[in-house]
Design a protein. Structure first.
Lengths: 465, 276
């Protein structure tokens, strides 16, 4: 964290004394610039900054908060201009986690693309796989051919993921304002969801499970029982969050009225998700533009009318209940469709085999290997072509949007008829919602910036991609 | 692309597929070609479906590139027998009326609202896979966007996303910007697309109409070098400020190093064999 004092004429005098402790540090020099003296705060040097500030004529301080600050919700850099404790200007610096995922996807097959986009937002990976798969399926014109069981599994995973993502939002948001118990119980429950993910997909994150055409694997034996146990447990545990927070005067004191953003602001800034619903507008793509049978599930779109951080917290809390309702219905449907296919029937798109857990843990299906290596040359050729070359997607472009835990998440996929995406662009809700940082924090107290940012719950992996 | 005949053929393809006038679907598409350079039309194309992937339901086609050979092998090294194969890459072209559903309503309302400018503003309308794309000329982008936002019958209040796309072989229209608009009032989505040449990559900014486009346009500038005129602060957003080049353009290499695994060397992804 570095700060620049407002008065350019303050000059050398505050610079001399605090600089002494950092004189030998080439990475954190204390320097004078045209905008005033710059301090690099590394801990236990607050006196120097205070002394420097006392020398300045006004109380204007520019604070460079992050990108490695524990309260900025990831590698987000905030540039705050303060007048005393009031924020007069707030700007975001992003890009510290940019890994070129979209560019990389252009060099892999359409199926491999899901392996890349799942790494964008590490808290809601299934939403990314879902948006991408939906866009590819639209280009392939197979949206109507996705088996019911695959759709149910997708909805199940998306809703479990919504619960785990909202748990982290509440947990880290609580931690950042000192509500540490909320953090510990939030991560405790999230672990249960990750256990379910591990059971179903084999991995806690980076699943690459929802693929163009369906899902990678059928439900493993015993998964439905575990899901039902999880639902039972969550029904006991979720009220704890309400008991800790909902009427807690300190919690409410930090959240109520903070980070105000009304409906007009949301539309102008493209803000979606809990922030939009906290203005009282029930916009949820699961209801308004349903996909994969969301219109057949019984659930409520949660809204709040306070436009503030507290409303967004309450929406997340209630949305976890609604997601539990959907998961319950998914479990019933999946129980009735045992043995149905989980990927399209088209053998030019569907992977030829389901995996099995082998002794080496690699998961090849021995039956399938026997078939392609010992019985059918054509099957071997087909397998080889599909896995190494991939399938072709007709030229065109598609924009497919899903309701991620953070708002509208969409994939704009462009195909030139080849085996690889010509372009895959993700409309990341965190990226768009972060633009509201200025309007959420300016005019408020510096301590409220943390609450305001936490209330839109940005995940930098998705922002920077 | 060394064969002079091939080049001529290529040019014919382009001329045949892109009409001069705005929004006209009257052009006769010429797609597909044999190694001998003879042109075939859509009807004959049925016999050789492997030559061209023709988007279903498209009435005219937009050739954006031509693929040669297979397996990514260039020159004389291709012993696969596919070396002479030439396949144009065609995107869905302009759709004829009626577009179907509410698409006609939006198109009519927009044409009424724009008045005399409508013909000049709208280059063509493509309806493909249930999505509507309105190709606009850049001079008219902002007024059209303003109209789409404010007209009560259109009311596209939200600009969901702006994405850049680079078509290096689409001469004169290399850089595209696609604006995804959402009308929450009517629960509709449309896409606006603006194409500009690489040599003059300027598009007027829509930030004044859609403030949310701010970061999207910065991203498209950062990765494609599209300059959005009138943007309040068009700077890089995800790449470092001093980064050279625009990384998501097709002429920008992916980079990477060969990796050795159990004695074999695996080349970086952008130098591996491709299946084009």
């Amino acid at each position: 964290m570095s700060t620049a004092m407002g008065n350019p004429t303050a000059g050398a005098s505050p610079g001399a004394s605090p600089g002494a402790s950092l004189a030998g540090d080439p990475y954190a020099p204390q320097q004078d610039t045209v905008a005033g003296p710059v301090f690099t705060v590394t801990g236990q040097d607050w006196d120097a900054v205070v002394a420097g500030a006392a020398e300045a004529e006004d109380e204007r301080v520019v604070v460079n908060m992050g990108p490695q600050h524990p309260s900025t919700h990831g590698v987000l850099r905030l540039i705050l201009e303060l007048d005393g404790e009031t924020v007069t200007e707030a700007r975001c610096g992003i890009g510290y986690l940019h890994t070129g995922i979209e560019k990389n996807m252009e060099f892999r097959t359409w199926t491999q693309g899901t392996t890349f986009c799942t790494r964008m937002d590490y808290l809601a990976p299934f939403s990314y796989e879902a948006a991408y798969s939906q866009a590819v399926e639209r280009l392939l014109d197979i949206e109507g051919d996705i088996p019911q069981r695959a759709q149910d599994m997708r909805v199940l995973l998306l809703e479990l993921n919504r619960i785990s993502s909202h748990l982290v939002a509440i947990a880290t948001g609580g931690m950042e304002i000192g509500a540490l118990t909320v953090m510990t119980i939030g991560f405790r429950e999230r672990e249960l969801v990750l256990d379910l993910f591990e059971l179903i997909t084999g991995l806690r994150m980076n699943h690459a499970f929802i693929r163009p055409g369906g899902v990678a694997q059928d439900m493993p034996p015993g998964a439905l029982e575990q899901i039902r146990e999880f639902i039972k447990l969550m029904k006991k545990r979720l009220p704890e969050y309400a008991a800790f927070c909902n009427a807690n005067p300190i919690f409410k004191g930090r959240l109520v009225g903070v980070g105000h953003l009304d409906l007009a602001g949301c539309l102008a800034l493209g803000t979606t998700g809990p922030a939009l619903r906290s203005t009282g507008y029930p916009w949820d793509l699961r209801r308004t533009q349903p996909y994969w049978g969301y219109d057949t599930y019984d659930f409520d779109v949660v809204t709040w009318d306070s436009c503030d951080a507290y409303g967004r917290f309450r929406i997340r809390l209630e949305e976890m209940w609604q997601s539990l309702r959907i998961v319950e219905q998914c479990a019933d449907r999946l129980g009735n469709s045992e043995g149905d296919p989980v990927i399209v029937a088209d053998k030019k798109i569907a992977w030829p085999a389901q995996l099995a857990v082998g002794s080496d843990g690699m998961g090849n299906s021995l039956d399938h290997i026997r078939h392609i290596m010992g019985e059918s040359m054509e099957a071997l050729i087909h397998h080889f072509k599909l896995v190494t070359e991939g399938f072709r997607v007709p030229p065109g472009q598609a924009y497919a949007a899903v309701e991620s835990p953070r708002g509208e998440l969409a994939c704009h996929a462009v195909s030139d008829g080849g085996t690889k995406p010509f372009r895959a662009h993700f409309r990341d809700p965190s990226f768009v919602n972060l633009q509201a940082t200025s309007i959420l924090s300016e005019g408020g107290m510096v301590a409220d910036v943390i609450v305001a940012i936490a209330s839109i719950d940005p995940v930098m992996g998705g922002v920077d991609r | 692309m060394t064969d002079p005949d091939a080049r001529t053929d290529d040019d014919k393809l382009r001329a045949g597929s892109r009409g001069e006038a705005a929004g006209t679907a009257k052009q006769e598409p010429k797609v597909g070609s044999t190694p001998q350079g003879a042109e075939r039309d859509l009807g004959v194309q049925e016999e050789m479906p492997e030559n061209t992937v023709v988007p279903a339901g498209a009435d005219s086609l937009e050739v954006i590139a031509v693929r040669e050979g297979m397996f990514g092998v260039q020159g004389s090294g291709d012993t696969s027998g596919y070396g002479g194969l030439r396949r144009p890459v065609v995107m869905p072209g302009a759709s004829p009326r009626p577009y179907g559903g509410w698409f006609d309503e939006v198109a009519d309302r927009l044409a009424d609202g724009l008045g005399a400018d409508a013909q000049a503003a709208v280059e063509k309308v493509v309806v493909h896979r249930g999505e509507m794309t309105i190709h606009l000329r850049r001079e008219h982008l902002v007024t059209t966007a303003q109209h789409l936002r404010d007209d009560t019958g259109l009311r596209f209040e939200v600009c969901s996303s702006v994405s850049g796309v680079h078509y290096p072989e689409d001469t004169g229209r290399e850089l595209h910007a696609a604006y995804h608009l959402l009308s929450m009032t009517h629960n509709r989505r449309i896409r606006l697309e603006v194409s500009v040449p690489d040599s003059d990559p300027h598009i007027p900014s829509v930030v004044a109409v859609y403030p949310t486009a701010d970061w999207h346009e910065r991203e498209a500038f950062d990765f494609f070098g599209i300059v959005f005129d009138g943007h309040p602060s068009l700077t890089r957003i995800l790449m470092p400020d001093d980064w050279p080049g625009h990384p998501q353009r097709k002429d920008y290499p992916l980079g990477g190093i060969p990796v050795e695994y159990k004695g074999a060397t695996i080349p970086p992804p952008d130098t591996r064999r491709t299946y084009g």
